[in-house]
Design a protein around this ligand. Structure first.
Ligand code: ATP
Length: 230
């Protein structure tokens, strides 16, 4: 579904990503872990087309999207759930969810979104600024699903959230996967990562340092926690 080849990116003279290669198959949930500054957010932004890659390629759903701007990648079915959640303080929950879908064939109707995220239905008339952190994260996920994304690029969706909300987000990501959706997830919570994901990439100083199965991640958990400084 997604193939990133030899992708490098910079901020001015400083290299943030160095020849990154990774693949995510359709229906897989794959995490990106790594210390602060390892390049995780930059990689998601390069895949979405929001940060320029100096070299390398991004292939998505069988086509080379490297030359395309972000809105055209969105039309092909890539959806970014950014770390700041990208929601509009002044718009209500329902206004977020009824903005025109980018891809018409989204299976996530408004009714289905409310069934999956009951907290959002209860707050449908509330401005997004009045939602809790967990509700805002759910709104950010729901909005991208409504837009018809076939692949979610999620940047630390569990950061700072209570365990009950983290487990709701795990349920939602499993529901996305069960529908054949694909997820690339930046995640520092290794327990959560193992609960929802099939495979993991470890980024270090802008490079892929390791590719791990769930079992390998479990066996190396102590070493990884030390590496990540957690
Ligand atoms: P975090 O978990 O802290 O978000 P990350 O793994 O997502 O870290 P990035 O945010 O992608 O890492 O940052 C990769 C590198 O690029 C870091 O060295 C960072 O300092 C640098 N960087 C990120 N954003 C900018 C920016 N806007 N201007 C200059 N350098 C930046």
């Amino acid at each position: 579904m997604l193939e990133v080849s030899a992708l490098s990116a910079y901020y001015g003279q400083a290299r943030a990503l160095a020849e990154v290669n990774l693949r995510v198959e359709q229906g897989e949930v794959v995490t990106l872990a790594g210390r602060n500054g390892a390049g995780k957010t930059t990689l998601l932004r390069c895949v979405m087309g929001l940060h320029p890659a100096v070299s390398g390629r991004v292939r998505f759903a069988g086509g080379d999207v490297s030359p395309l701007p972000a809105h055209q990648r969105a039309r092909r079915g890539l959806g970014l759930v950014p770390d700041d959640r990208g929601i509009f303080a002044g718009l209500s929950v329902e206004e977020h969810l009824t903005l025109p879908p980018v891809v018409s064939a989204s299976p996530w109707t408004l009714a289905r979104v409310y069934e999956t995220f009951p907290a959002l239905e209860q707050r449908r008339r509330s401005p997004a600024s009045k939602l809790s952190g967990g509700e805002q994260q759910m709104l950010a996920l729901a909005r991208v699903l409504r837009m018809g994304a076939r692949m979610l690029l999620c940047d630390e969706p569990t950061e700072g959230l209570a365990p009950i909300v983290v487990s709701q987000i795990a349920d939602i990501l499993r529901a996305v996967k069960d529908e054949g959706g694909t997820v690339l997830l930046v995640e520092q919570n290794l327990h959560f990562a193992r609960t929802v994901a099939d495979r993991h990439y470890l980024l270090s100083q802008g490079r892929v340092a390791a590719e791990l199965t769930n079992a390998e991640m479990g066996a190396r958990e102590h070493e990884l926690l030390e590496h990540l400084g957690l």
